[in-house]
Design a protein around this ligand. Structure first.
Ligand SMILES: [Zn+2]
Length: 241
């Protein structure tokens, strides 16, 4: 439903020197939040991050972006990069920067925030750290094509149409490889669910039965630690070994 002005009473009072405001978001593709979706921080962008970031759509900060930053830093979402304005409140000593940039993922509607960290020593350290939510499942009509493990420490999924997205993940439901813990156990269950459904079961936490023991052993081994992209066929082969 669209916003109409009568729903909102502004509370600006000049004597109090502050203004309450509302950031509105009208979900067109989808709405997500940290109650259900896992928030994911990408500090070491791998090839998948670069491919995915190249398809994001730049936009103004909206209410979903504010959920990805510390509440005290919400105003900083609106400050320009030092590259665009050397007098930006995000600028540090003239050439350093601590700005934010905001996008949305056009396929899943997920908000994406990147935090810029550039030191004022000629930019010797200059990096962007991405924060976003993982989807809970692929979209209706999507077909699983491949699973990417350990791309800069993150897990991705590719559809037959070439859409790349973070592996569906529930809140506090992270994945891992190379040891016998909860994260690898969750990944082994996810892969077992994919195999049992011929790639149709893509929702996070949807497969409740035990993981295939051969898949579980492989995910917990060092062999799973490398960055690798695996099709359903590759996964079937692992389950047959
Ligand atoms: Zn910047």
């Amino acid at each position: 439903m669209s916003y109409t002005p009568r729903e909102l009473r502004t509370t600006y009072e000049p004597g109090k020197e502050y203004l309450h405001f509302v950031l509105a978001y009208e979900p067109r593709i989808g709405a997500v939040g940290s109650a259900m979706n896992a928030d994911v921080t990408i500090e070491r962008p791998g090839p998948c991050t670069r491919e995915w970031a190249g398809g994001l759509v730049r936009c103004d900060p909206n209410a979903l972006h504010t959920t990805l930053v510390d509440p005290r830093r919400i105003p900083d979402l609106f400050h320009p990069c030092v590259d665009d304005d050397k007098d930006s409140p995000a600028a540090v000593a003239g050439s350093g920067c601590g700005c934010f940039r905001t996008w949305y993922d056009p396929h899943f509607g997920l908000p994406v925030v990147a935090e810029h960290y550039r030191t004022a020593d000629g930019g010797r350290t200059d990096r962007w750290t991405y924060s976003t939510y993982a989807p809970l499942e692929l979209r209706a009509g999507d077909t699983f094509a491949s699973l990417v493990l350990n791309d800069g420490g993150n897990f991705w999924i590719r559809t037959a149409d070439g859409v790349l997205t973070l592996l569906p993940q529930e809140h506090q439901g992270g994945y891992g490889t190379g040891y016998g813990g909860t994260g690898p156990g969750r990944l082994a269950r996810y892969i077992t669910g994919l195999l049992a459904s011929d790639g149709r079961q893509t929702n996070a936490g949807g497969y409740q039965a035990d993981a295939d023991p051969r898949i579980a052993a492989w995910v917990a081994s060092r062999a799973a630690d490398a960055r690798q992209e695996l099709t359903l066929r590759d996964l079937q082969r692992i389950a047959q070994d």
